[in-house]
Every structure is written in structure tokens, then in C-alpha cells.
Write a protein that binds this ligand. Structure first.
Ligand SMILES: [Cu+2]
Length: 233
């Protein structure tokens, strides 16, 4: 154990003070980035609580809505106990900011990691979703809407609806059920002998997710109780 001498303490304090003094102060014009947090959340489906994943702002707003000309400037925080990465679907950033780790340009976010993104946003009604394992099937998805000048000028009330497939069964269990028929005895045998995970190719499950914006004519709008459209078992 090293004891900190008074002299060394003073020296390091002076260095810290100098570093503070020379650090440029953020100017008022410095753009603010929106925080997006990947975390576990609880939803209610058919009067039952379900633990799923999600990506939302600290105030609970799911995903992101940008105004015309606004840059996609966010800080993504991984509050899961596992790796994650979020694909900004419909956007065209450089590969390093695309949110897809499979391409090899970027690694997933480790637990606790915060990563910054900053690129020109592409207008349209899009969505963001995990590109890691079966997280998207655990509802790790949110709307990503970039409004156009025309839409703002129209001044209509917008309602964003995100439809997601849901089951009380875990996605891994469902996938195993779906792929069992395709797994022959030899594959299972090999997997057991070599102690390796045998991952059968995922069937065309489809994302089952569609983001849509509705422009109601009436001012009377009923918001859905939950974003999840339940398919009860
Ligand atoms: Cu995508």
C-alpha cells in the first residue's frame, strides 16, 4: 500500500486544479445529446406483469423523435447485465455508428458502457432495435421518428404506434421449439461430445415489428394502455 505524502498530495492537487482551469468550458451553443437507456422494464399484458427489455429516455419516453434538420445526437447507455447494441433502423450513419456488431466495424456495448452517436438524421418513421442475440424478441425496440418540415407545417396531432409480438414464454424457448425439428440426432450428438453450442439457423420468424404514425382527424385520441399487443398463450 502506498501512502500519499503531503507533498505528493499537493502536487497532484495542483495538477488537478490546472487541468480544471484549462479545460474549455462548454459553450451555450454546444449541442445537447439525448440519453437513451437500454434496460429491463415491466409491462402488463392481460393483467399479468411481464419482464421485458427496452430502450427509452430517462423520463420514460420510448425511443426518439427528432425535429427537421436535427442531428441524431445521442448517448446510449447499457444498463443490462449483458452486452447490447442498438441498430438505428432506416438511418445511414457510418458503419461504426450503425449499431450492428455483426459487420465487424464495431463491438457491442459492455454492461455499464455509454456510447455517443452523432450523425445527420434521415427523415421518416423508423424504429430502433437491439441487434444482439434475442434481445429484440424481448421487446428491446422503440420508435425512431425524424419529422419533416411539411409534417411540422401541417400541425396535425401525431400518435406513434409500435406493434410487437409478445409471449410469456421466453424467446430462447420458442426458438428451441421452432428449431428442434431441424436438429437431427447427429447434430445433437456432435454438440454434446464436443461440448459446443449447436446453434441451428434461425427460421424466418420475422421481426414482427412495425412502427407507424397515425394522424387522427378527431381530437379524441385513445392511447393504448401498453405498447405490447398481447398474444396470450
Ligand atoms: Cu434494423
Amino acid at each position: 500500500m502506498t501512502l500519499l505524502t503531503r507533498r505528493r498530495f499537493l502536487a497532484s492537487s495542483a495538477a488537478a486544479a490546472a487541468a480544471t482551469a484549462f479545460r474549455p468550458m462548454p459553450s451555450q451553443a454546444e449541442p445537447v445529446s439525448t440519453r437513451l437507456v437500454v434496460e429491463r422494464r415491466t409491462i402488463e399484458v392481460n393483467d399479468r406483469a411481464a419482464s421485458v427489455l427496452g430502450v427509452r429516455q430517462p423520463n420514460g419516453t420510448p425511443g426518439l423523435v427528432l425535429d427537421p434538420g436535427e442531428a441524431f445526437r445521442t448517448r446510449l447507455e447499457n444498463r443490462l447485465g449483458e452486452q447490447t447494441i442498438v441498430h438505428w433502423h432506416g438511418q445511414t450513419p457510418p458503419p461504426s455508428e450503425d449499431g450492428v456488431a455483426d459487420t465487424g466495424y464495431v463491438s457491442p456495448l459492455a454492461p455499464g458502457e455509454v456510447r455517443a452517436y452523432d450523425f445527420p438524421a434521415r427523415p421518416g418513421t423508423h424504429w430502433m432495435h437491439s441487434h444482439q442475440g434475442l434481445q429484440e424478441q424481448l421487446l428491446l425496440a422503440s420508435p425512431l421518428v425524424v419529422r419533416t418540415t411539411e409534417e411540422v407545417r401541417d400541425d396535425r396531432q401525431e400518435v406513434t404506434v409500435l406493434l410487437q409480438d409478445f409471449s410469456f414464454r421466453g424467446p430462447a424457448e420458442i426458438l428451441a421449439d421452432l428449431t428442434n425439428t431441424a436438429t437431427d440426432t447427429a447434430t445433437v450428438h456432435q454438440g454434446m461430445n464436443h461440448g459446443s453450442m449447436v446453434m441451428a439457423p434461425a427460421p424466418a420468424m420475422g421481426s414482427g415489428v412495425n412502427a407507424a404514425r397515425i394522424f387522427p382527424r378527431s381530437a379524441e385520441v385513445k392511447f393504448p394502455r401498453s405498447a405490447a399487443q398481447a398474444v396470450a398463450e
